[in-house]
Design a protein around this ligand. Structure first.
Ligand SMILES: [Fe+2]
Ligand SMILES: [Fe+2]
Length: 190
């Protein structure tokens, strides 16, 4: 399938807002890929497809995740929306025949992060938070940081996600903590 076909398919499948967001993530991911010397087309496609499962009802996300053996911790049963990354990767492979493991992993990891994220994982996670449609305090500082130092930007993005969850008294997914710890340990060892 060509990128144009994926685009048309998403325009039908996603809500108009989510479709616009997905296009924004695709173009922002392409921009970062160019900057950090990874395959631009790969980053654009991962960005375009990252929220493929985001508009599915929570019950369906949970059922699909259970069927495919994608549940990694109990927090996900309480907050099935967190599963739209792994379920998205699963469906993109099953329905759209996307078999590139790097793209599938970046889609899977974009919601809560993971330890040892690849460059593509990091770019999709950040593009999701920084695409032009995102408006929140500090987004411009983060965008500048992403141009200068991807790891520093990712650390800040993970920390603001953790602060957001804590401020609301919600369950925190352990992968987000692991992603942050992993970045800190790598930074301190280099
Ligand atoms: Fe998402
Ligand atoms: Fe997203």
């Amino acid at each position: 399938m060509k990128e144009n076909d994926y685009d048309k398919l998403l325009a039908r499948k996603l809500s108009p807002l989510r479709y616009r967001h997905s296009r924004g993530v695709a173009s922002y991911a392409a921009q970062l890929a160019l900057k950090y010397n990874i395959e631009v087309n790969k980053a654009r496609l991962a960005g375009l497809l990252h929220d493929y499962a985001r508009d599915l009802p929570e019950g369906e996300l949970l059922t699909l995740a259970e069927e495919a053996g994608l549940i990694s911790c109990e927090v996900e049963r309480k907050l099935p929306l967190l599963l739209h990354g792994p379920v998205g990767a699963y469906l993109v492979q099953k329905d759209l025949n996307v078999n590139d493991g790097e793209i599938l992993q970046a889609i899977s990891r974009h919601t809560v992060g993971a330890p040892d994220m690849t460059l593509l994982d990091k770019i999709i996670y950040l593009a999701d938070a920084l695409e032009p449609g995102r408006v929140y305090p500090g987004v411009d500082v983060l965008r500048r940081l992403a141009e200068e130092d991807l790891d520093k930007a990712l650390l800040k993005a993970l920390e603001s996600s953790i602060s957001y969850v804590l401020a609301r008294g919600q369950l925190l997914h352990p992968a987000t903590v692991e992603a942050r710890n992993c970045l800190l340990m790598k930074r301190d060892n280099s």
